[in-house]
Design a protein around this ligand. Sequence first.
Ligand SMILES: O=C1O[C@H]([C@@H](O)CO)C(O)=C1O
Length: 540
Amino acid sequence: RIRRYKWDVKYEFKSPDCYKKLVIIINGRSPGPSILAQQSDVVVVEVTNGLVTENLAIHWHGIRQIGSPWSDGTEGVTQCPIFPGDTFTYRFVVDRPGTYLYHAHYGMQRAAGLYGSIQVSLPDGMAEPFAYDYDKSIILNDWYHKSTYEQAAGLSSIPFGWVGEPQSLLIQGRGKFNCSKLASPTLDPTACNATSSECLPYVLTVIPGKTYRLRISSMTALSALSFQIEGHNMTIVEADGHYVEPVVAQNLFIYSGETYSVLIKIDQEPSRNYWIMTNIVSRNATATTPPGLRVPPTGPPAGPIWNDVAPRLAQSLAIKARQGYIHTPPPKSDRAIVFLNTQNKIDGYFHWSVNNVSFTLPHTPYLIALKENLHHVFDQSPPPDRLRDFTNYDIYRVANNTNATSSNAIYRLKFNTTVDIILQNANTLTANTSETHPWHLHGHDFWVLGYGTGKFDADNDPKKYNLVNPIKKNTVAVHPYGWTALRFVADNPGVWVFHCHIEPHLYMGMGVVFEEGVERVGKLPSEIMGCGETKGFKRP
Ligand SMILES: O=C1O[C@H]([C@@H](O)CO)C(O)=C1O
């Protein structure tokens, strides 16, 4: 079956947390319309860029794009941007049931509000391995009052301008900023309107005794979150489109780009209300989402301690593939790549780097450059599989990466080989600081083989990999001063980004690109062309 959508994307003033700012909306909404489909459906989305002065591209997060690598929606990698006024049609198969996302993949547009949910149901006659009465999707987000232009300009300026912690957290597009906290009186009396209907709190009306499947996902620009429903436990049953062995939790830790399904039984006192709460963890921030209506009788429950890594690591370790749905990984890899994550300065500018290389995009998308043999559009020398002096690198010290460089070089993977990636976290440019980075891989799911604290030990840590029931995911956290090991098979012809899902971190170079089997990619649609070296390639 074909699911057709027609989207008009534009800017409008909105007040999702009562504060008025420019928001990117799809057909009038942010979050945009949900895509509801069934496994094996073809989804066709006709996107018209009505942003007037801005390019656009939309990524289908968690959809592997098997046979349609040009529909991945990554500007500079798989397509030219959609120019203002143009219409571009994305066409892809949703090959697996589960919970996925979509969002802008150009500049920092995601943080301006362009995101939404994709829910893929099972084929007729097939059942999930768990029961529920109702199915609801809730996207969590952090929200900034500064425009994404101001944010982006700050990131690439001297002195460095850092937007800092968000003003609000949004639950399904709604938050509540306390208007009396505005720093200076504003001339515009509508700039912050505490009674705007756009910032009414998100309310989940439930029926006692019923079980709810909540599809919780995070689209945060920066924040790692904890999510809980006061007084209720939840059972985690799905992560990034894969069933997991049920884990009962009081709160869910969720990182940008992750999706989970949790089951909640409505078994508490029916005469009162309970808080739906989200808090920032891993960074010292204060934004939460106070409700305005039908306030529960007691104050909001305290969230977890922000800098306590142990419970977050414990949840990461607890999540395993569900019995009966285990796909075991190949027992060995053909290539192991260690990605040391650091913050650097290059020519005085702040960057994030992988093995001392900060990633930049070429003007001509890689997919087209590779198919059309345009070798000069990007650096052809391969980036390193590990830092030359990784053994002596002290991950607990402020990095002294004087030799960091910027590059648009890519990793070329032999088709059908098995690749291990070890993400190694380290100290930032601030003493005693290491952040959480959620890494997202396009075009694949990977097995999460293990997590560890401290420095990865290439001789001993691989012996502890979970090859029995590892969960498959498309986004995984590397915890402060820790490492995360993953494995995937390079079997999807195309060019795929692997990057930190923190919007400013990708903007500052925290990513790499993999190419595999590009010679197997069929004829590229001319709609993806028209920029850089491909100006003349676009046929009417
Ligand atoms: O990229 C970042 O920059 C700041 C800080 O390291 C420098 O101000 C921060 O917290 C980040 O995550």
